[in-house]
Design a protein around this ligand. Structure first.
Ligand code: AFP
Length: 334
């Protein structure tokens, strides 16, 4: 990882400046809007206990999940900030059943997002995040966002933790920006690389009994030192952004396999798995849905779910190999 600069250094680079230099002025405007929304979401989260923003909003979203007050706030804020950007044609959000189309003529992009991932953790003051993906507007909005993730123009997330950090890629490596006291996200690291093998696995082990056998065996293999003799530790926050951020920096593997009840797992392809997969690959890591690369998956719906195994190359490759072998053994039996 290259340490880019610090607030005490001479050159301060903001997100808008960085993206403008690396990917052009239009995309910089998109990131500027997300950064403004992220800043306001961070402030609301920080003060949530003081302003009665903990707890349920009283409605259920398209996923059938209880919306938190901050889910609604974050969704409205991102939508309105992005509506103000002329090159954004529409947004697709976890919280809205259908795309919101802005009616900007010849707009280049659609932004897909989960406004507040891990929001069931808000009331207990645990990290949450915003995940987003930028795709080219080509024809219809729905067709534009349902392309395989390898066609994303950019992806990123904001982690609202002890500090607020935005991690992004525009397809040329991964950079991190930290929210400073002057309310700007400034470059704090670029060229981030995920370790080839890491010290942790991260999964909701309460579900192990309902995972397919190949995932159970994989976990046993990790625990038994079967991957280069490494003894893995467990880490699980239950906020994908936070679990992914640790995996990006320290290495290892995050997995949310299929379960008996949820054959496609819990996580969403377009605004959780795909953007994080783009970041993982840009940092030298990998992401699969079991046998296949996440970035090759052709979506069938905007709120589609997918199993997700993401992290260091070594751990992800071992899982993928095991799933491919299990599938071919099943096919031979049939
Ligand atoms: P919420 O937004 O409902 O908290 O869901 C968060 C999430 O989609 C993702 O952030 C976590 O990785 C995952 O769910 C945790 O799911 P389990 O509670 O089933 O472990």
């Amino acid at each position: 990882m290259t340490k880019a600069m610090t607030m005490t250094g001479t050159k301060i680079v903001t997100i808008e400046e960085y993206v403008a230099a690396s990917a052009g002025a239009e995309l910089a405007e998109v990131f500027g809007a997300i950064a403004r929304a992220g800043r306001q979401i961070e402030r609301k989260i920080r003060l949530a206990g003081l302003s009665d923003l903990y707890g349920a909003y009283g409605a259920v979203n398209v996923q059938g999940e209880q919306q938190q007050k901050l889910d609604v706030f974050a969704n409205d804020l991102l939508t309105e900030e992005l509506r103000g950007v002329a090159c954004v044609a529409a947004i697709v959000s976890e919280e809205d059943e259908a795309p919101v189309v802005f009616g900007h003529a010849d707009a280049a992009f659609v932004v897909v997002f989960d406004p507040l991932d891990g929001s069931s953790n808000i009331d207990v003051n645990v990290n949450v995040g915003t995940i987003f993906s930028v795709v080219k507007m080509e024809g219809e909005v729905v067709a534009s966002v349902m392309k395989p993730g390898r066609e994303q123009v950019a992806a990123g997330y904001v982690l609202y933790g002890p500090s607020a950090v935005m991690v992004l890629t525009t397809g040329a490596g991964v950079a991190a920006f930290t929210l400073g006291e002057d309310e700007r996200f400034v470059l704090t690291a670029e060229g981030l690389r995920m370790p080839k093998q890491g010290p942790y696995y991260s999964a909701n082990e309460a579900n192990v009994a309902s995972w397919p056998a190949v995932y159970r065996e994989y976990l046993q293999m990790l625990l038994g030192g079967g991957l280069g003799g490494r003894r893995y530790g467990a880490r699980y926050i239950g906020s994908l952004v936070a679990d992914f951020h640790r995996t990006l920096l320290k290495g290892g593997v995050f997995l949310y396999p299929p379960t008996e009840k949820a054959l496609k797992g819990k996580l969403r392809l377009l605004y959780e798995a795909s953007p994080l997969a783009m970041i993982a690959e840009q940092a030298g890591g990998a992401a699969v849905d079991g046998a296949g690369r996440i970035l090759e998956v052709q979506a069938e719906g905007i709120h589609e779910r997918t199993p997700l195994v993401i992290g260091s190359r070594c751990e992800v490759a071992a899982l993928q190999k095991a799933v491919v072998a299990a599938l071919s053994a099943t096919m031979e039996e049939e």
